[in-house]
Design a protein around this ligand. Structure first.
Ligand SMILES: Nc1ncnc2c1ncn2[C@@H]1O[C@H](COP(=O)(O)OP(=O)(O)OP(=O)(O)O)[C@@H](O)[C@H]1O
Length: 667
């Protein structure tokens, strides 16, 4: 058995060889010319492919090309190498095509994440590498053939505790077996992950996107992959993960980006009512109420000839189409069928009109007039405006679905002048999207990753479901962290609103939050989601929690921030929204360099003041929470908000309070 230094030296030599090979691969890609293309368009296309290829072969000096190695058990698999190195991308030796590093997403690499003493999968040893910058500095061997259970990996713990400096990092070197199963689920499968804070749901969702893009590159580059997150600050925080994994063409959006920014607000109870799935029935009826029963026939004049359809014929055509197609295509088909019947009349008179005549008739003034009376062109805004401002119309559309009180609650007290001047709310946006889809079909993407899905209303989930109607989804969330008026109570319901047939899996081991802090936050769990199990943490975190009563919380926060600044890593001072500006001003006055996290800010400062409602999904090495009682009292699901806020810390949590702590936090 060679001594450790010589093992490390040999591994460094393999890294140097791999780097040199990658450089040769890149030089080769750079030398390829797009001139072979037959025409200008193909040349542009080829050039962009070659540019992407060169970019994908970049060597990032701060990360080594591989993070693990597997050694085989004997020589019984001629197709597999005796030793394989697993890294962020394939690297091979140009001359012989010998693989030097295998992409972590390749099927064979699965063993690196899944093999264990109980199921070694044909491998004898797993080696994990520690690194600093781009250099290998340590390694850790895990024997897979000894039968003994493996203890916790030191390299994993160190990786988690490595101080955070900027946006979220990838976890490709340390994906855990239960996470890997989700990451590698087949493309057609929709998976739904319930996970306590810090169990790696977001990380898993992003790695699944990278895995699917690698495995189904062609299909997904045509249909697209979209990540949906709770707010811009969160999207900025996760934005670096996929590019680090070589995937630069994945869109990331909030639900507001997709459905349109809300311009107005309304009481939570009204939002909640508008968010219910029952609204889909009301909207469908409201839209189709616009198709009226034809009272007259049709007369089309061409030259001196007049052709007629009787009123009952027009009625039959409309009735045959009503409700069988999307509203918009039904309207077009109605015009075409009327025109076709006129063509039949022409033929009966011995004329021989061709298809162009049918189009002309369909666009003629008399057909248009009939169309406008019977099947008028409408926009989603017009329909919703009418529904929310006209009690009689709402009654007809909501009959048997919504009670009188419910209808009264939906009606605007003071309607805007027209549909153009309405200040649509977030809930209205989802209703408009539903109507838009009833009029014209929404295009589907190949795969959707939906994070913090517990916060979406049934109507918002339906909107997302339409965007993966012919694709699949990865649905991530935590029922205990639901903070909206319409937060989900069950994943089965979420999946049914999405229109996806999926399985629910649970992640229970927390990576982010130390055990003492997680136990403290979990005191709230019986009050916010009693059906969920208490989360477990990978790290005990002795001394990580400090709860202090202070005479002045703003001054106390300055003091606590100063203490945290003496330690390594990022600091989040999480405060009631209403006090965010006051805290930021106090830090500035004390000469501390701090930034206030806003929906548009990138959140990269080391010391950040974080309004409680923006903390979801984020994490900091050191978290200071100011006045928990005020955070809990600020909104209807304030205790769930507090649970989110108390579970953002990686290393330490300091809780500052002047007022009594919420009773639910008592041990
Ligand atoms: N296998 C892993 N190896 C290393 N770090 C991990 C692993 N899994 C998760 N982490 C880290 O744990 C932290 C929490 O992960 P993540 O944000 O994905 O959790 P989450 O379940 O989405 O949390 P929340 O519900 O609180 O938003 C991140 O820093 C992530 O990088």
């Amino acid at each position: 058995m060679p001594a450790e230094p010589s093992i490390l030296a040999a591994e460094r030599a393999h890294l140097a060889e791999s780097r040199a090979a990658l450089r040769r691969m890149r030089e080769h890609a750079e030398s390829l010319s797009a001139d072979v293309a037959a025409d200008w368009v193909s040349k542009q296309f080829l050039e962009s492919l070659l540019d992407q290829r060169v970019a994908a072969l970049a060597d990032h000096p701060d990360t080594p090309l591989f993070f693990g190695r597997m050694d085989r058990d004997g020589d019984d698999g001629p197709d597999l190498p005796a030793v394989m190195y697993v890294g962020r991308r394939h690297v091979h030796d140009g001359d012989e095509g010998r693989p030097l590093v295998l992409d972590w997403r390749a099927p064979v690499s699965r063993a690196f994440y899944q093999a264990g003493p109980a199921e070694p999968m044909g491998w004898r040893l797993r080696r994990r590498f520690g690194f600093q910058g781009g250099d290998l500095t340590a390694f850790e061997d895990e024997p897979l053939d000894g039968g003994a259970e493996l203890g916790p990996s030191r390299i994993l713990t160190e990786e988690i505790e490595r101080p955070r400096t900027g946006p979220m990092r990838d976890i490709v070197a340390t994906i855990q077996p239960e996470q890997d199963v989700i990451v590698r689920a087949d493309l057609p499968r929709t998976v739904c992950v319930q996970g306590a804070p810090g169990t790696g749901k977001t990380a898993v969702g992003l790695h699944r996107a990278a895995y699917l893009l690698f495995t189904h590159r062609e299909r997904l580059s045509r249909s697209g992959v979209l990540i949906v997150g709770p707010n811009r600050a969160f999207l900025a925080y996760i934005s670096a993960v996929l590019p680090a994994l070589g995937e630069v063409r994945v869109e990331q959006a909030t639900i507001d980006d997709l459905l349109g920014e809300p311009l107005g607000e309304e009481p939570a109870a009204v939002s909640a009512a508008k968010g219910e799935a029952r609204m889909a029935d009301v909207l469908r009826r409201a839209l189709w109420l616009h198709v009226r029963k034809p009272e007259e026939g049709l007369v089309v004049t061409r030259g001196v000839a007049r052709y007629r359809l009787a009123d009952h014929e027009v009625r039959e055509i409309a009735a045959g189409l009503r409700g069988t197609t999307r509203y918009g295509s039904g309207r077009a088909a109605f015009a075409q069928r009327l025109a076709h019947q006129i063509l039949v009349r022409m033929e009966q008179r011995g004329e021989a009109p061709d298809d162009r005549v049918q189009d002309q008739v369909a666009r003629s003034r008399s057909v248009k007039q009939l169309l406008d009376q019977v099947w008028p062109k409408v926009t989603p805004e017009q329909v919703l405006f009418r529904l929310l401002s006209d009690a009689d119309f709402l009654r007809s559309a909501a009959k048997g679905v919504l009670g009188e009180d419910e209808q009264a609650a939906l009606l605007w007290e003071k309607p805007a002048r027209s549909h153009r001047s309405v200040k649509w709310t977030a809930a209205d946006r989802a209703l408009l999207d539903e109507l838009a889809d009833l009029i014209e079909r929404t295009a589907s993407l190949g795969h959707l990753v939906v994070d913090e899905a517990q916060d979406l209303s049934a109507m918002q989930l339906r909107a997302l479901g339409r965007r993966c109607g012919t694709g699949s989804a990865t649905v991530l969330g935590d029922l205990a962290q639901g903070t909206t008026a319409w937060s989900a109570r069950s994943w089965k319901e979420v999946l049914s609103h999405l229109g996806q047939d999926g399985e629910v899996t649970e992640l229970t081991l927390g990576f982010r939050v130390p055990g003492t802090v997680l136990d403290y936050a979990a005191r709230l769990l019986p009050h916010v989601a009693p059906e969920l199990e208490r989360p477990r943490s990978l790290r005990a975190g002795a001394g990580a929690l400090d709860v202090r009563r202070v005479p002045d919380v703003v001054a106390g926060a300055v003091e606590a921030a100063r203490e945290a600044l003496a330690r390594a890593g990022s600091i989040g001072l999480i405060v009631p929204d209403a006090l965010a500006a006051a805290h930021a001003a106090a830090l500035a006055e004390a000469g501390l360099d701090a930034a206030l996290l806003g929906p548009e800010s990138d959140g990269t400062a080391r010391l950040l003041v974080v309004p409680a409602t923006l903390a979801k999904g984020l994490e900091y090495d050191h978290v200071i929470v100011a006045e928990p009682a005020a955070i809990a009292a600020a909104e209807a699901r304030g205790l769930a908000r507090l649970y989110v806020v108390l579970t953002r810390a990686v290393t330490s949590l300091t809780v500052l309070h002047r007022d009594d702590l919420p009773a639910e936090l008592a041990p």
